[in-house]
Design a protein around this ligand. Structure first.
Ligand code: SF4
Length: 66
């Protein structure tokens, strides 16, 4: 799994950090960022829930096939 956050699109709604706190957190300005070391989602199924919860569709979860 690979997770991307479109930081230009993020409005800091915080839904991702609420849905999947093991993957997403918020920076000092309230915008979404990944928990260090969780760029691969850590296998957390809630990462996809968080992507759907984002009101502006800023989160992309893809299957890494490397
Ligand atoms: S839910 Fe979307 S808009 Fe809100 S902080 Fe997360 S990425 Fe940003």
């Amino acid at each position: 799994m690979h997770i991307d956050i479109d930081t230009d699109r993020c409005i800091g709604a915080g839904q991702c950090a609420l849905a999947a706190p093991g993957v997403f957190t918020q920076d000092d300005d309230g915008f979404s960022t990944l928990v260090p070391g969780r760029e691969d989602g850590g296998g957390d199924p809630m990462a996809r829930v968080a992507a759907r919860a984002c009101p502006v569709g800023a989160i992309t979860v893809s299957e890494a096939d490397d």
